[in-house]
Design a protein around this ligand. Structure first.
Ligand SMILES: [Zn+2]
Length: 232
């Protein structure tokens, strides 16, 4: 009897960890993680920026390859680099919410604090671009009932990913990261990259070049998922 109880508790604990940590689980918050399509269309997303040195180079590569992307920005970084955020919008990219300070403590924060993190980031984007974003990506892909409630209450749509590049792991070469993405790529995929990484521009160029040579086309998240990026 005792063993049955231990196994039950372990099972429930594992389920709760998975429900919180996997952005695709959809238990606490429904996140859009890919599109269902037979077309070879995919979307690029960059998290945690803008970064004063690395983001401009990423924007240069996207411009050169005429590739739209979505930047899930951190509000504090928006305030430090407003020109870069305006450049994103001017060059046809989507700017979306990735909280104000990207704290690892968000999953253990109160409802009020979670709302403040989301609102402050939205305000920073609105002040800088005159647009109110409707898209949000939870830091680390972690959700819980409080984050789920705050996102719904604020009318945001949560966006996950279907291909995690693992570009933030420093010992991996660009080639390894690129191959990891290309091997997994299917129509409808959302690729997760980070423009705070030093080689983000070179990695983006490799992924865009190789995916395009395989017949893939990069489209905006709005087009891929049929969602609205901004309030009217
Ligand atoms: Zn992040």
């Amino acid at each position: 009897m005792c063993w049955i109880a231990i196994i039950a508790v372990a099972g429930i604990t594992l389920f709760m960890v998975w429900a919180s940590a996997d952005v695709g689980s959809g238990i606490y918050l429904k996140s859009l993680c890919r599109a269902t399509t037979r077309d070879k269309v995919v979307a690029l997303t960059f998290d945690d920026g803008p970064h004063a040195e690395h983001t401009p180079r990423v924007l240069d590569v996207l411009k050169e390859h005429n590739t739209p992307a979505t930047f899930f920005v951190v509000g504090g970084n928006v305030e430090r680099n407003p020109e870069l955020v305006r450049r994103m919008v001017n060059e046809g990219h989507i700017v979306a919410n990735h909280t104000y300070s990207h704290r690892g403590t968000l999953p253990i924060s109160s409802y009020r604090r979670v709302c403040a993190e989301l609102n402050r980031c939205n305000e920073a984007i609105a002040t800088t671009t005159r647009r109110r974003t409707m898209l949000f990506r939870p830091p680390f892909g972690v959700t819980n009932p409080i984050i789920g409630r705050a996102v719904r209450e604020l009318g945001l749509q949560s966006i996950g990913w279907s291909i995690r590049s693992l570009d933030t792991i420093s010992h991996r070469s660009r080639e390894e990261v690129c191959q990891r993405v290309i091997r997994r790529l299917r129509g409808g995929d959302i690729i997760l990259l980070h423009d705070r990484c030093e080689d983000a521009d070179k990695l983006a160029r490799m992924i865009i070049t190789q995916a395009t040579s395989q017949g893939y086309r990069f489209v905006s998240l709005e087009e891929l998922l049929n969602v609205k990026a901004y309030e009217d």
